[in-house]
Design a protein around this ligand. Structure first.
Ligand code: GDG
Length: 498
């Protein structure tokens, strides 16, 4: 279950409706699993005020949950994207708290839960995805204690000092604790969640396990769980731990080997006037992604005369996102003013410094861009994981290319051989860019080989298998549930100004 079904509506209504599948990594990972287990995907089809019957797309059975235009405004754009999203990303933009948004959030979560309850067989597994649906696990458990319930949070979980702003902080925690397994991207996210649980409920936590105290009646209802008497009180254990998400690495490797895409990569460099160095950013146009920070660093390097716009080009794909939310409209204005200023000041005829593309592209074109780029810039101020970083690495079958990666992206826990940066430190970011541009090929390849080893061995197929395995494993203390995240290495270089 996820807020959006993995399809886009093209045309038609009822049985004549035509859909285009969005071939994301999550779909690739889950499709075989769902087929094997006779699974269904529950989600909103992306159009307000229309009801669709269940249908099949690319071998997956889909159950659409309808949303009214009001609900899209209050549950989705409002509570999900203007309350939870900024709150969970370290309040980079101030969250808005509106009671009518919260009402809509509860109502829509109930509708999603009911859709699952209507189709789930006895003892079925229900895997709920992301911050839009945090109340669903408890709703399912209250109605159907036989279900096995997993929840995965794709975005960060904030420290308690920030989380505690939320007027409905208890309800959300209770919603999540309805799951058997609550998955996060990073160790820090799982830790923040456990701390919030302790602060708000005083439940005991042991490592990754949380002992949720049960009332006697609930304990009797909980058929699947052994209700252990600890200190005289029955408890249910919830596993809360990181499961860092990944990509369909093989798919990116295949695309990167395609002669047409390789030729396109060459053509892109030619179209850009064969710059000595091509730098690339690919993001949804979102204030969490640090797009302004990287442009500031790039603009200052042009200003300092470290390179000219003829020598170094920056391509920034900023795909349109959440345009009806004010903070996003404002960000777009800020980014576009910045691009115009930098290009106005430093462009040379035929060589604008920044090639800004407020457009979405087919995946093939993205891979061609990844192949063409000497340096990939991922400068998020806060990011659950950041799949773009992993896609760049998986596409570089030539073992070349430099990844500059924010330490505030979840991917930084795994991709230790990237040039790790603090994007708030503009001087540090500039130094990392200069280092990337000047890095000898031997060092580039050594780093890229190590990055590729990690991404290719920890793909999205492995991620979903690990999560589902933890979910069906009765014994949460099983050593097979141990973490597989590299130990923190000493950073080879520190760009910090401190
Ligand atoms: C959330 C979390 C977490 C972007 N523009 C185009 C395009 N994309 C694709 C990328 C990538 C995906 O969208 C973006 O994924 P990210 O992980 O970078 O970021 P979010 O959208 O914020 O995702 C994030 C993720 O969930 C998964 O858990 O990693 O932290 O915020 O796959 O390639 N794809 C195409 N054209 C575009 O123009 N085809």
């Amino acid at each position: 279950m996820s807020n959006r079904l993995p399809v886009d509506h093209v045309s038609g209504k009822g049985t004549d409706a035509v859909w285009r599948t969005s071939p994301g990594g999550l779909v690739a990972a889950l499709e075989p699993v769902m087929r094997e287990r006779d699974g269904v995907w529950i989600g909103w089809p992306g159009m307000p005020d229309v009801e669709f019957e269940p249908f099949e797309a690319d071998g997956i059975d889909l159950i659409p949950v309808p949303l009214s235009a009001d609900e899209v405004e209050n549950y989705y754009e409002g509570f999900s994207n203007d309350t939870l999203w900024p709150l969970y990303h370290d309040v980079i933009s101030p969250p808005s708290y509106h009671r009518e948004w919260w009402e809509a959030y509860q109502r829509v979560n109930r509708r999603f839960a009911d859709a699952a309850l209507a189709v789930a067989a006895p003892n079925a597994i229900v895997w709920v995805h992301d911050y839009q649906l945090q109340l669903v696990p408890k709703m399912l458990r209250d109605a159907r204690p036989d279900l096995i319930i997993g929840f995965f949070n794709h975005i960060p979980f904030p420290p308690y000092g920030i989380y505690s702003q939320l007027p409905w902080r208890r309800q959300i925690i209770d919603g999540l604790l309805g799951a058997d397994v609550v998955g996060f991207q990073r160790v820090a996210d799982a830790g923040n969640f456990a701390r919030a649980v302790r602060r708000l409920h005083g439940y005991e936590t042991r490592g990754n396990l949380i002992n949720v105290r049960l009332e006697e009646t609930q304990a009797e209802m909980t058929l699947r769980h052994q209700a252990k008497a600890r200190r005289g009180q029955p408890v249910r254990t919830v596993l809360a731990r990181p499961f860092p998400i990944s990509i369909d690495a093989q798919q990116f490797q295949r695309l990167a080997a395609d002669p047409k895409i390789r030729a396109r990569a060459k053509e892109i460099r030619e179209e850009l006037g064969n710059p000595r160095v091509l730098m690339l950013g690919v993001d949804r146009l979102d204030y969490t992604k640090g797009i302004r920070h990287r442009m500031k660093a790039f603009g200052e390097l042009l200003e300092d005369g470290v390179f000219t716009s003829e020598e170094v080009a920056l391509v920034q794909v900023a795909s349109p996102s959440r345009e009806r939310v004010d903070a996003y409209a404002q960000l777009r204005d800020e980014v576009e003013i910045m691009v115009s200023r930098i290009n106005g000041d430093f462009s040379q005829l035929g060589h604008p410094g920044i090639h800004y593309l407020h457009q979405g592209y087919p995946r093939e074109e993205m891979v061609a861009l990844y192949l063409a780029a000497d340096v990939m810039l991922v400068t998020a101020l806060r990011d659950g994981m950041n799949l773009v970083a992993k896609e760049y690495v998986a596409s570089r079958t030539d073992q070349d290319g430099v990844l500059i990666l924010s330490e505030f992206a979840g991917a930084a826990d795994e991709l230790r051989q990237a040039l790790l940066v603090n994007p708030h430190d503009i001087d540090g970011l500039k130094a990392a860019i200069v280092h990337a541009i000047r890095m000898p090929q031997r060092e580039r390849m050594r780093r890229m080989r190590a990055l590729r080893k990690r991404v290719l061995s920890h793909d999205v197929q492995r991620w979903s298998a690990t999560f589902l395995d933890a979910l069906v494993r009765e014994d949460h203390n099983d050593p097979a549930n141990r973490l597989d995240i590299p130990k923190r290495a000493v950073l080879p270089l520190d760009y910090g100004g401190d």
